[in-house]
Ligand binder design. Sequence first.
Ligand code: MN
Ligand code: MN
Length: 384
Amino acid sequence: MELTRRRFIAATPLSAMGLLSAATGLSLLAPGTAKASTSARDKHREPLEDFIYDIENGSEGWSGAGGTAKEATVEEFPVSQSIAGVLMTLKPGAFRELHWHSIAAEWAYVLEGRVRTTVISPDGSSSTDVFEVGDIWYFPKGHGHCLECLGDKTCKFILGFDSGHFSEFGTFSLTDWISHTNPGILSHNMHSNVLANQPARELYIGTGKIVTLPREPYINPDIPEGTSAHKFRMEADGILQNYAGGYTKLVSSKEFPIQTTLTALRMNIEPGAMRAMHWHPNADEWQYVMSGEGRVTIFGSHGRVKAMSYNQGKVAFIKQGYGHFIENTGKETLKLVVLFNSPVYEEVALNTWLNANPPQLIADHFGITVDQATSLVKGGSGIF
Ligand code: MN
Ligand code: MN
């Protein structure tokens, strides 16, 4: 029996032929070139995962006298491997206690009220900043920090972490460490016994005196003020791009140098408009819906397309390289806060790509005329 190419491929493990990527499990064979093994083909046909989660109402989260915290990590939102979100409120006088994150940098956008932060850097300097609505912060991985509600109005902010495996509840907190350390060691370490014999507990969100400006001096007034800027006014100073159907304000590491692992975007899509078909070669995309209603549709190759609707309080996650578009399906502006897990922003717009080819070539793809292909010149990028 003659061993045809098709039979040979079907009979030979793809991995042995180097045609199956070990990392992704995806066949590198083009569809129709040959019949891949049934299991590999079936893997391609696995339905796309859910990519929208209700961070506002999806879980009980943490609630206490000082405020609330709700998470969207891989626990709640499995597709979100590279970025986690936390929605937090702090009441007047409340503070998120001193802590650090061992595996993730922290980013946030202020939605309501005012927040004051202090951050310690490895160089021994400390920075204190005040954040208002529309401002963002970025604390590098491992830098100790504290968040306080400033003034007499509850503050609310959406936090983003550059690892989906981060957990806000499993983070490294000051009271957790102190209350689990031998009193003798604490007295030796601090040259003071005031922190000895703390009850075993983690404060997490504490309450105290309402914070006002200007800030009081540090315990040691000689601690130098840090020079690395953790604050950027995204709403005021993000790179504005206006479109027929909305706008974007971009903040990459070019505008905000400390933001070395993320790029941030504010995006408005007006009723009836859409964010045009595109993908991001270099990053996953994470979104939080501030207001409005929309529908996100993703294309995951091998005929897999999935649409999901969202509105205020939802987060969405689109994997790197997946084609997608967003429609405003409501009557008000769809307002989004968006993160990408890369310090540099990149996108490929489908219309730009089509326009960057000869009409005959595109005509041959779809069985249309050259004139018809030429009409694709009307397609733009962005929001319309
Ligand atoms: Mn934190
Ligand atoms: Mn996108």
